[in-house]
Design a protein around this ligand. Structure first.
Ligand code: NBP
Length: 488
């Protein structure tokens, strides 16, 4: 194979190697080369490696390899290898293919979207052989991989000392600070990336609900709403997702002349990391209602047959809607969006805190918000406020309760209630807005419905209960004379 401006193996010249020359791997390899590193590249299907080097070999120093053995041989010791292959069985197969060629101290990083439990397993297997395994989240899609992603590496501190400086160099930078830091041991990096994606789901759903409310309430065109989102993007909601929302809403379909958003089929998938965030939250017992509603909203959108039957059969009783004070309504929706967004992030950070405690990861939540400020899909000004909140109180129990966020949500509370109430009256589905408000009310309520549930459980299953007025565990003899017995 011919190299770009490179030296061929077997001499160990490469600083780092990338396996997997699909869109993410090739762009990451190019990014590394753009920053002056000599990059060994390998792909299972050889033609793909040749294609990448043919098209981009002039951008830096690449060492293309035809087989795994010569790929590993071309790397300086300790070897640093990044896998960018399909998550799941392909990742295991690729690890198995490189393993026989590695030596103690070498570092294998998986930059794919792997499940954190797979990462914990793989880290255990490789560390038993004296190798470092780094499960790393990489966010930002193909563009980010090329120009600067947000990188969330797990693994040992020793592995980070070797690999981290390179990853920090190629990551996005905000205010001169890299969007990459050592997240924590074994699965911590992939866990944080998973929650990042879950939050992304919630953020997108909340923006979608805002758009739907404004369109139906104001009867506004997508182009008019593009202006609203562009204005919001100039304020405290400034973020990549709000920015691209304006861009999508302004776009006109060339074929029909209609707004692009009106010609796109309204079905979204919910595979992978968003779903895992909710599944894992259920295991951890952490309510991530915003992310869960966003995931289920996508599932509902894809239930086309059920939606068709429902549209034909079910009554629609919504009141006609014609908002009179348009500016006030836009402000209400903006405040409801911000408050719901704070809830979604607060819940996501709760999930990170719970997993960090369970797995002993000691994750610095403020640092996570900091490395999400650039490169990734949820990049936003707002993340600075989250970092500041955790700097004020690193042990913060509840992000929502930080004085800055408590004030934001408190000031938006009545707008939030008006929006959710108006949505219900006018038949506009707002699952993420409504569940976020219900979560907020559930948090601040004096007495939750769990007291009644505990009574029910004790009656039908003798599950016992505790009392508010004295310690102990109790059971009422429901089928007998209803005396209460103390069990402990
Ligand atoms: P894909 O996820 O489409 O994977 C294709 C790559 O995996 C090719 O290099 C392919 O080699 C290789 N591969 C497969 Br498939 N099975 C293999 C096996 N058994 N052994 C060795 N190699 C195998 O690529 P991608 O979209 O570039 O994503 C790479 C990783 O990055 C994934 O884990 C993805 O989830 C993650 N990610 C993607 C994005 C994104 O925006 N696309 C963003 C963030 C993270 P071949 O050419 O020989 O078939």
């Amino acid at each position: 194979m011919s190299a770009g401006r490179s030296e061929p193996s077997p001499v160990a010249t490469a600083d780092i190697g990338v396996v997997g020359m699909a869109v993410m791997g090739s762009n990451l390899a190019r990014n590394l080369a753009h920053h002056g590193y000599t990059v060994a590249v390998y792909n299972r299907t050889r033609a793909r490696t040749e294609e990448v080097v043919r098209d981009h070999g002039g951008e830096g120093r690449f060492v293309p390899a035809a087989d795994v053995g010569s790929f590993v041989e071309s790397l300086k010791r300790p070897r640093r290898i990044i896998l960018m292959v399909k998550a799941g069985a392909a990742t295991d197969a690729t690890i198995q293919s490189v393993l026989p060629h590695l030596e103690a101290g070498d570092i294998v990083m998986d930059g794919g979207n792997s499940h954190f439990l797979d990462t914990i397993r793989r880290e255990g297997e490789l560390s038993a052989r004296g190798l470092h395994f780094v499960g790393s989240g990489i966010s930002g899609g193909e563009e980010g991989a090329l120009t600067g992603p947000s990188i969330m590496p797990g693994g040992t501190a020793e592995a980070y000392a070797s690999l981290g400086p390179m990853l920090e160099t190629i990551s996005a930078h905000v205010d001169g600070v890299p969007c990459c830091t050592h997240v924590g041991p074994d699965g911590a990096g992939h866990f944080v990336k998973m929650v990042h994606n879950g939050i992304e789901y919630a953020d997108m759903q909340l923006i979608g609900e805002s758009y739907d409310l404004l369109r139906r309430g104001l009867g506004a065109s997508p182009a008019e709403l593009a202006d609203v989102f562009a204005q919001w993007n100039a304020g405290d909601l400034e973020s990549f997702l709000i920015e691209i929302t304006a861009e999508v809403l302004r776009h006109v379909d060339a074929g029909t002349g209609r707004p692009f958003v009106d010609v796109v089929l309204d079905r979204a998938g919910q595979k992978g990391t968003g779903k895992w965030t909710v599944q894992t939250a259920l295991d951890l017992g952490v309510p991530v209602t915003g992310i869960a509603e966003a995931t289920f909203a996508r599932a509902l959108s894809s239930q086309s047959t059920q939606r068709e039957v429902a549209r034909e059969v079910l009554p629609r009783d919504a009141e006609p809607w014609d908002v009179t004070d348009r500016d006030a309504f836009v402000t209400d929706v903006r405040q409801a969006l911000y408050a719901s967004k704070v809830v979604a992030y607060s819940q996501g950070f709760d999930e990170i805190a719970a997993a960090s405690a369970e797995h002993g990861w000691d994750i610095d939540r403020g640092a996570m918000a900091r490395i999400w400020r650039g490169g990734c899909i949820i990049r936003a000004q707002f993340l600075n406020r989250i970092t500041e909140a955790y700097e004020r109180d690193p042990g913060l129990t509840l992000l929502l309760a930080d004085p800055y966020f408590a004030d934001i949500v408190g000031r938006g509370l009545s707008a939030w209630r008006r929006v959710v109430a108006q949505a219900a009256l006018h038949g506009v589905p707002t699952p993420a807005f409504a569940s976020s408000l219900a979560y907020y009310d559930g948090l601040v309520t004096e007495r939750s419905t769990a007291a009644l549930i505990q009574g029910q459980r004790d009656l039908f299953g003798a599950h016992t209960y505790q009392r508010v007025d004295r310690p102990g565990v109790f059971h009422t003899l429901w089928t007998g004379d209803r005396t209460e017995i103390e069990l402990a």
